[in-house]
Ligand binder design. Structure first.
Ligand code: PLP
Length: 422
């Protein structure tokens, strides 16, 4: 099936006389008729749901859909994008380990890596996402366990050269973890370019209607944990499952199974069935929505670039984007709805523009069906120092303009009337 068909049909196929729409299994637990069977579930020697902190039939269908969309061997849903990032990393990093991450990533992820994970003894080095292979390799230490970046960075709209990053990671026996939130699998499937693990804040385009916070981790199944020799958590016995070895018991699905049955079991970051159901309904239209987002955003970016009221506009389809050529390779069907632009006149002019928009709303959100806008330096990224802001590509007049699916003429008219007030 093609991707737009998978959006609607993957994950759930009703049998004869069964509900046409994915049912919501609103149950914390599951009935079994023998203690032996429950024992086998606890030993992970048979498949089945035992408790909805670890798996649930409704969520499982959505996980299957997301895995198929990204082309992975399995997926795990989480209660937020933040918990997806945390689980994806802590599945393979422990105290004393080190991570190489791109500087141009979501501010909340920067906090998670540089503040909270640091408290747990995990160190991070930030590198520019446009770093040369040599510079990237130079950041890798003997205790480095992964390389991390965003396909399209939030909010600076820089692109990750996935093949290049995967090449360097693999040459050092490391997995490449890619946050594919802004691109979605409709626009880019990082696994096809060598990414090993793909993450999502499903809160963004996947849900796309500002209705449910969520996250997802997808395992490509391609990384050879054993050959790397750096991941004892996957290749040595887990005493909490009587000495089970994930790579032996689950083969290509070792990473994603460990994340679920060990970390999510202990952290309690599994989403409720209703949240997964809403996500699933919205995933049905993901491909349709992305097409409109991309078309509208390309028009808005051109309009903004032609206006003297903007100092600069960053959107990958514009020839002025520093990585315009990479967009053709990684994002041939469009570059999402998110534009990063610097309003001429700095912070006061940006505030004036935002305050006068009528259709577009100022919300702490992005990648939504309704056009929305945010000033990162005073919101999502306000915890970052000036140096970190500069490294993340954020200046005082920068706005993140998330173009929705409304009629393009209405969006442009709104921008025009707000610009007249500056
Ligand atoms: N990754 C990216 C690229 C994001 O933009 C966000 C949130 O904005 C997150 C991760 C965190 O996701 P959530 O807000 O769902 O926890």
């Amino acid at each position: 099936m093609n991707l737009d068909t998978l959006c609607m049909h993957a994950g759930y196929t009703p049998g004869n006389g069964e509900p046409h729409v994915l049912p919501i299994y609103q149950s914390t637990t599951y009935d079994y008729h023998s203690t032996d069977h429950i024992g086998q579930l606890f030993d992970l020697s048979v498949d089945g749901h035992m408790y909805s902190r670890i798996s649930n039939p409704t969520v499982a269908c959505v996980e299957d859909k997301i895995a198929q969309l990204e082309g992975g061997v399995g997926a795990l849903c989480t209660v937020s994008g933040q918990s997806a990032t945390f689980v994806a990393l802590c599945n393979i990093l422990s105290a004393g380990d080190h991570l190489v991450a791109c500087s141009q990533i979501y501010g909340g992820t920067t906090n998670l890596l540089a503040v909270t994970m640091k408290r747990f003894g995990i160190e991070v080095s930030f590198v520019d996402c446009m770093a040369s292979e040599e510079a990237l390799a130079a950041a890798i230490r003997p205790n480095t366990k992964a390389i991390f970046g965003e396909t399209i960075s939030n909010p600076s709209i820089d692109l990750l050269d996935i093949e290049k990053f995967a090449r360097v990671a693999h040459a050092h026996g490391l997995p490449l973890i890619v946050d594919n939130t802004f691109a979605t699998p409709v626009l880019c499937r990082p696994i096809e370019f060598g990414a090993d693990i793909v993450l999502h804040s499903t809160t963004k385009y996947m849900d796309g209607h500002a209705s449910v916070i969520g996250g997802a981790i997808v395992d490509s199944g391609n990384f050879d944990w054993r050959a790397s020799g750096k991941f004892p958590g996957l290749t040595q016995p887990d005493e909490s499952y009587h000495g089970l070895v994930y790579c032996d018991a689950f083969g290509r699905a070792a990473y994603i199974t460990k994340a679920r049955v060990q970390l999510v079991r202990d952290l309690g970051t599994y989403p409720p069935a209703i949240a997964a159901w809403i996500l699933n309904m919205n995933l049905d239209t993901l491909a349709l929505r992305m097409e409109r987002h991309c078309r509208n955003a390309a028009r808005v970016a051109e309009y903004m670039e032609a206006s003297p009221k903007f100092e600069s506009v960053k959107y990958p389809t514009l020839a002025s984007h520093p990585q315009h050529a990479l967009a053709a390779k990684y994002l041939p069907h469009g570059c999402s709805g998110v534009i990063s632009a610097v309003v001429a006149g700095g912070r006061p002019a940006a505030a004036c523009f935002l305050n006068h928009l009528k259709l577009a709303s100022q919300v702490v959100h992005v990648a939504d069906i309704r056009t929305c806008v945010l000033h990162p330096a005073s919101s999502t990224h306000r915890q970052l120092s000036d140096e970190m802001l500069a490294a993340a590509g954020i200046t005082p007049g920068l706005i993140r303009f998330s173009v929705g699916c409304e009629n393009i003429e209405d969006i442009l008219a709104d921008i025009e009337q707000a610009l007249e007030t500056i």
